[in-house]
Design a protein around this ligand. Structure first.
Ligand code: AMP
Ligand code: MG
Length: 354
């Protein structure tokens, strides 16, 4: 039996958030200076949900109402999709093995399974029992024995859950975890909220997930700073990408990890479903830029597992829907060709697909 270690956990509020705040205050200043100053207001708010700080900003005539609706939607989805809580579809499935699920949950599951198939299982929501073994589900961190992982891996596999239109059954799986895709679905939904309230501009930052609605109020593009994995708390960025109407989602080991004091080894939260261990693919940061927040979220996690070569291969096949910015453990940066013009970095950048 493994000795229980005192384990330190650190949650990083990513540099993306810091850059977003600067960017949003600029948007706000521009909003009040515009011709419609008396009509277009910028509203912003923060909420803690899905285990992270979320910041929402939107501009329009009904921005306060839009903000309120956005926060209510975040709270509704948090309750629906978390691994605990009475209202959670996921909790119900994980507890009873089978449950009726809402349309929203069904939509996410369908997309998650599609991405699992396409990534050959690098993305796999049935990873839950492994997350639990490492203590990532309840913050009781520990390093599992290899045999424990091997035994639980028998219950992991995206083909195991049985999904019909409005119900989900675990089959041979032990549980599911939407932590790698739920925030992306949520940010997509917030774009719909902004749309329904006639916003002219908006931006949300849900942990490492940023999604921008249209452009900034002064007509310029949103500038998203991407956290440097070696200095995640600083203003040293890996680079800055300029976008409109896009999600910019980053996965990195620095976002959530613990240190095993007996070995001083760090263990992070992105698991390779083939081994049960934190992915060590040679990548230290994966950013996906896409119109779809949900796709960007799932793929940032998947690319982290697939590594540089695997991600490039995947992009060559499915790249019409997304672009990527990758950093290797050695600090080399790669960006896909269609995004190269919108990306600036003070480091050397390699272009994929030129
Ligand atoms: P992200 O921060 O978006 O990369 O997602 C990481 C979260 O996704 C973890 O905290 C887990 O909840 C979940 N997760 C970890 N590994 C995987 C995986 N290989 N496939 C799907 N979800 C995963
Ligand atoms: Mg993700």
């Amino acid at each position: 039996m493994q000795e229980t270690q005192k384990i330190r956990m650190k949650t990083v509020i990513s540099a993306i958030l810091i850059s977003l705040l600067a960017m949003l205050s600029a948007a706000c200043a521009a909003g009040t200076a515009s011709n419609n100053a008396e009509q277009i207001h910028t509203a912003s708010g923060e909420v803690f949900a899905m285990d992270t700080y979320m910041k929402i900003t939107c501009s329009g005539k009904r921005s306060e109402e839009a903000l309120e609706a956005a926060i209510a939607e975040i709270q509704r989805l948090d309750a629906l999709l978390s691994v605990s809580g009475e209202e959670s579809d996921i909790n119900a499935v994980n507890t009873f093995g089978k449950a009726k699920i809402s349309e929203d949950t069904a939509h996410i599951i369908e997309k998650a399974l599609e991405i699992s198939r396409a990534t050959n299982g690098a993305f796999d929501i049935s990873i839950y029992p492994i997350m639990r073994l490492w203590g990532f589900t309840d913050s009781e961190y520990r390093v599992p024995q290899r045999e424990e992982l091997e035994s639980e891996l028998e219950h992991v596999g995206f083909e195991k859950p049985i999904f019909t239109q409005d119900s989900l059954e675990l089959g041979d799986a032990h549980g599911i975890d939407l932590g790698g895709i739920a925030k992306g679905f949520t940010s997509d939904r917030l774009m719909e909220v902004f749309d329904s309230y006639g916003m002219v501009s908006g931006c949300v930052s849900l942990g490492g997930n940023v999604q921008c609605y249209k452009r900034k109020t002064d007509g310029s593009l949103f500038r998203c700073g991407i956290a440097h994995p070696m200095y995640p708390d600083s203003s040293v960025y890996l680079g800055v990408v300029e976008v409109e109407d896009r999600a910019v989602v980053t996965s990195g080991a620095y976002e959530r990890f613990f240190i095993d004091e007996s070995s001083s080894k760090r263990y992070h939260h992105i698991i390779d479903p083939k081994t049960g261990y934190p992915a060590e693919s040679g990548l230290s940061s994966t950013t996906i830029v896409s119109k779809s927040g949900m796709l960007a979220d799932a793929l940032s996690t998947a690319c982290y597992v697939m590594g540089l070569e695997g991600s490039i291969e995947y992009w060559k096949e499915y790249g019409e829907d997304f672009d990527m910015i990758l950093m290797t453990d050695d600090g080399d940066i790669y960006v896909t060709a269609p995004l190269a013009q919108s990306f600036t970095s003070s480091f050397h950048v390699n272009i994929i697909g030129e």
